[in-house]
Design a protein around this ligand. Sequence first.
Ligand code: 13P
Ligand code: 13P
Ligand code: MG
Ligand code: MG
Length: 369
Amino acid sequence: MKENSQSPITISVIKADIGGYVGHSASHPEIIDLAEDKLKKAKKEELLIDFYVTSCGDDLELIMTHRQGKDSEKIHKLAWDTFMACTELARELKLYGAGQDMLADAFSGNVKGMGPGVAEMSFVERKSEPVIVFCGDKCAPGAWNLPLFKIFADPFNTIGLVIDPTMHDGFRFEVHDVFEGRDMILSCPEEMYDLLVLIGSPENYVIKNVYKKDGEIAATSSTQKLALIAGRYVGKDDPVMMVRCQSGFPAVGEVLEAFAFPHLVSGWMRGSHYGPLMPVAQREATPSRFDGPPRVIALGFQLAEGKLIGPRDMFDDPGFDLARKEANRLAEFMRRHGPFEPHRLGLKEMEYTTLPQVLKKLLEREKQG
Ligand code: 13P
Ligand code: 13P
Ligand code: MG
Ligand code: MG
C-alpha cells in the first residue's frame, strides 16, 4: 500500500515496570535515556514514524507510531528488546524490582501475556487528530472503567453526547471478562444499565475498547493482569489507555473532565489497598506516601502524518488542583483504616498477594492447637 494520509497509522503504547528508583516510586533518568536511544535507532531505520518515552512512577512507557499494524512482531520485539536492555541497566544500578514485569525468558512473537502492558489502535488520521495517552501507577486495569464510562456514556460529564449530532448516537463498549477471557460488546445509551452491571466490578470486567457506532475506534486500554500471567503477586498492572478526541469524539476537555473526580481504585501499597486516583503532571508522577496515592498522567498529542506533535502535559493545570486536594483528603481518610477493609482489599483480591501465606500458617496453628 502506498503510504499516504489514507493508509492507516498505528499508535502503540507498550509499558513495563523494569525497576524502580527509589523503591517503587519513580524511573531512573538513565533508563529513560537508554529507551530513547533504542527507539531513536528504530526511527532512523524507519520502523517507527515517531516515538515518545515517558514514565509514570516506576513504569516505563514507550509511545510509538508506525505503519506495521496492531500486534506487529517487529514493534513488539522492539519494545521487548528495549525493556530487556533497560532491565540490564536497572540490574547494574540495582534499581528496585529490576525486570519486575519481564515475566518470560525470551520473546515469542508478541509481548501480550509476557508481562508488559499493551494498548494499540490503528486508524486513518483525520484532518486534525488529537489523542491523549493516559498512564497509571499503583492501580489495576479496571481503574479506567469509571472514567471511560463518564467520557463516552455520561451526559453529565460529556455534554457532546447531548448537543453534538456526531456523538448523539452514543458509543459501543467492548468489555473484557478478566477471569473467563471472553469479550462482550455493549451499546450505550441503550444497554447502559447492563454495561454498569459488568464494569461496576473493575476487578472482574475491564473496558478494553470503545467504538463509535460506525465501528471507528475511539479508545483502547491495556487489560493485562500480571498476577494472572505469573500466578503470584508481581506488583500492580499499572495500565495505560489512549483516547481520540474532537470531531465526533469527546472534546479534549470532556475526556480530561472524567479525572476531576479522584475515584477509588485498587493498588497503592503492595497492590493491596484502595485509594484515590490522583491526576498529576508527569513530573509529579512519583508516588511516595505509602507508595502512593495512585497516580494518573495525561499526555496530549496532535498527530501529523504519524508524527507525535507534543506532548502537552494535560493535568499540569490549576484546574485539577481541587481534584488533587480531594485525593489527598481521601487518601488521609482511607489511610486511617490502617490494615482494615475497605482500605485493604477484600480476601478474594488479596489472593495474589503474600497474605494467603500468613493466613495458611495461622490456620495450621489453629488445627494443632
Ligand atoms: P473552540 O471554539 O475553542 O474551537 O472550542 C470548541 C470546543 O469544542 C471546546 O470544547
Ligand atoms: P508497582 O506495581 O508500581 O511496582 O508497586 C508495587 C508495590 O508493591 C507498591 O507498594
Ligand atoms: Mg515496581
Ligand atoms: Mg508501577
